[in-house]
Design a protein around this ligand. Structure first.
Ligand SMILES: Nc1ncnc2c1ncn2[C@@H]1O[C@H](COP(=O)(O)OP(=O)(O)OP(=O)(O)O)[C@@H](O)[C@H]1O
Ligand SMILES: [Mg+2]
Length: 643
């Protein structure tokens, strides 16, 4: 057969093949069936497909090499290329494996088994060509509510996406636990959430001025889902759930978001990896939660994120942090395993948007109304009060409430390491310390409380309020008090004796002769309550009010009675009130009457339901305007300072 005959035969065959292909193309059922066959063949679990295709490619190459060596140059790359594609397709799983989260100690309900679904042909073929999002392994676990748990209370945090359940576990002797439950995503939603979070973090456009961050994330999520062609695949039911997680992770606090949004939480502590996160609940006290960090990087990343939110820095070189989050919550953290062998740790102490007013404290029975009136009169007379107590006793809150009693016209300078105080005064200078920018012992740029207390004197304050004294600033504060400035401060100590020991030893080094410059010590504690108040089994109480007459000479004028939760008060023995009487040339009786009047006013404010500091301040200002102290008296014989 000549060359011409060969090419004619080839053309005839080609024509026949094209006609067959045309028929095949018009027969949808056949296409479906064939593609299904191909798809099944490619998806075969046995790994014969790859060796078979390699053998076939080699055989084709050998046969071509023998019979048509001139085409070898084309046939070898084509056949091996096909083998490579098959190998690649086989290597790409259609249903990716998920990593099972680490089991945690509390009992768990069995997760529902996913029903295996046969992928549709069109979808399964498409799947090969769509970029796969390999699901990231879980970084935290939220244990499911145990079936045998007794539910004490359930309350929503962000309806309908998150809620909290307080349970008591019989196997833990009825101990309480805090269960966070967030809306669950199905596999597809999980994949979309991850894909969107990835894309958004890379491609997010800066928001227009004044755009709400939540709205911006939502708009960007829709824009980017459209851009990458999967917007239509997200159902209207899935969108809000996915957006909840995007908000939570991108502009919220990630896995601790629900806890951070629970206003009943006083603080939360992440104590390391593989340990439940603990919370301090206003009603149920300390409890473990069902949240456990299991991934070290995720924990470190969250710590870095919180640190950046606080506009501070944490690193292996500087692994300790004390800072304030934008919402004024206080953050203390350690980074990686530098100083905390169980992994990074952090504690967030929640900030009360509305600080406790003195009326709040009366309502909580932290202080009695007569005692509050007593403090009010002392403060008006520029006397010095130190609130003494242990960690979390409520010292700073009491200090804030006391500072709010300062006469509106008086000038207050507050000095703190972290800005916690929030008082309703206009004539208030707030000074806050600054950390060093230097390395090691170089303290470049550091502004200490000592510097600030010294500076505060130049502002000619009537009252200096120091958040907490613990170092050499105490010395300056006492100098200031010695020169007639009023002073309010807190001191970390369990008793007055211990507080005085701390004051008179390094680094405070206050001279013993200066100790009586503290006129009154209010010792505050977290105590067990005899008659639980609205389910609260513990409370904060001013356990004793002690006047400092001289070094080691104290006079207790009030004590809290743990049996009936009442205060035993003896103001008539008060040395400080006697001094006030002397100062104003009035009798002790008149001073005590004034205290009764003020106590009555505070009681009235309480009865009126007024709580907010600013509102309470208005009543106090009005009192100053209306009632003069000391009251103008008709000239009569008085026994000054006596009864
Ligand atoms: N009288 C109170 N009644 C109920 N809760 C209170 C009271 N005072 C303070 N708290 C709460 O107790 C927590 C600790 O309060 P605060 O910061 O005032 O204590 P602290 O003694 O200054 O703590 P620290 O020792 O860490 O300085 C806060 O969450 C606060 O809301
Ligand atoms: Mg404090």
């Amino acid at each position: 057969m000549g060359e011409k005959g060969k090419s004619e035969k080839f053309l005839v065959r080609l024509k026949e093949t094209l006609v067959k292909f045309g028929h095949w193309l018009t027969n949808k059922e056949k296409i479906k069936a064939d593609l299904l066959k191909l798809s099944r063949w490619l998806k075969r679990e046995d790994n014969q497909v790859i060796p078979i295709s390699i053998i076939a490619s080699s055989a084709i190459s050998i046969i071509t090499g023998i019979f048509a060596p001139q085409h070898l140059i084309l046939v070898i790359p084509i056949s091996f290329g096909i083998t490579a594609i098959i190998t690649f397709l086989k290597a790409t799983p259609t249903t990716p494996k998920t990593t099972t989260p680490k089991p945690i100690p509390t009992p768990q309900t069995q997760p529902a088994k996913p029903t295996p679904q046969k992928p549709k042909l069109k979808k399964s073929l498409q799947d090969y060509f769509i970029k796969k999002v390999t699901p990231l392994p879980p970084t935290v676990t939220f244990t499911k509510l145990p079936q045998n748990a007794q539910i004490i209370e359930t309350f929503p945090i962000q309806l309908p996406y998150s809620k909290v359940t307080i349970i008591s576990l019989p196997e833990l002797g009825g101990a309480k636990a805090y269960y966070v439950e967030e809306v669950e995503l199905n596999d597809k939603e999980k994949e979309t959430r991850q894909k969107l979070a990835d894309i958004i973090s890379k491609e997010i456009e800066p928001p227009e001025k004044d755009t709400d961050p939540k709205t911006h994330i939502e708009n960007e999520a829709h824009r980017l889902a459209k851009k990458y062609g999967f917007a239509k695949k997200i159902t209207p039911e899935s969108w809000p759930k996915i957006l909840y997680y995007l908000h939570r992770d991108l502009i919220g606090f990630g896995p601790i978001h629900t806890i951070m949004n629970d206003r009943m939480i006083e603080d939360l502590s992440v104590n390391g990896l593989n340990i439940p996160v603990y919370v301090w609940h206003r009603k149920y006290e300390s409890m473990p939660t069902n949240l456990i960090f299991i991934d070290e990087d995720a924990l470190d990343n969250l710590i870095v994120k919180l640190t950046h939110l606080a506009q501070k820095h944490i690193s292996t070189a500087f692994p300790i942090l004390d800072a304030m989050l934008p919402g004024k919550d206080r953050l203390a953290a350690t980074f990686k395993r530098e100083v905390s062998p169980k992994g990074g740790t952090f504690t967030v102490r929640r900030f009360r948007e509305e600080p406790f007013s003195i009326v709040d404290l009366i309502d909580l029975n932290t202080v009695d109304d007569r005692l509050a009136a007593y403090f009010w009169l002392l403060i008006e007379n520029r006397m010095t009060i130190a609130v003494i107590g242990g960690t979390g006793a409520g010292k700073t809150s009491t200090l804030n409430a006391l500072a709010s009693l300062v006469k509106p016209a008086m000038k207050i300078v507050t000095v703190e390491e972290i800005p916690e105080l929030n008082i309703p005064h206009e004539n208030w200078v707030q000074l806050v310390g600054r950390e060093s920018y230097g390395l090691g012992i170089m303290k470049t740029g550091e502004v200490t409380l000592f510097d600030l207390v010294k500076t505060s004197l130049r502002y000619r304050p009537d009252y200096i309020v120091v958040g907490e004294i613990r170092g050499e600033e105490a010395f300056v504060l006492f100098q200031a008090m010695a020169t007639g400035h009023g002073g309010l401060t807190t001191l970390h100590a369990d008793s007055l004796d211990y507080a005085v020991k701390r004051l008179t030893s390094p680094p405070m080094n206050v001279s013993k002769t200066y100790v009586p410059l503290i006129n009154v010590a209010a010792i505050q504690e977290r105590v067990q309550l005899p008659n639980p108040k609205s389910d609260l089994t513990f409370g904060r109480r001013l356990k004793s009010i002690v006047e400092v007459i001289d070094y080691e000479e104290y006079r207790t004028i009030a004590t809290w009675n743990p049996i009936n939760d009442r205060y035993q008060i003896d103001l008539s023995s008060s040395e400080q009130l006697r001094r006030i009487a002397l100062k104003h040339g009035i009798t002790m009786k008149e001073v005590l009457e004034e205290i009764e009047r003020r106590a009555l006013l505070l009681h009235d404010i309480l009865q009126k339901g007024v709580r907010k500091n600013v509102e309470v301040a208005t009543f106090i200002t009005n009192y100053y305007l209306e009632a003069q102290f000391p009251r103008p008296q008709p000239t009569s014989k008085k026994k000054i300072g006596g009864q």
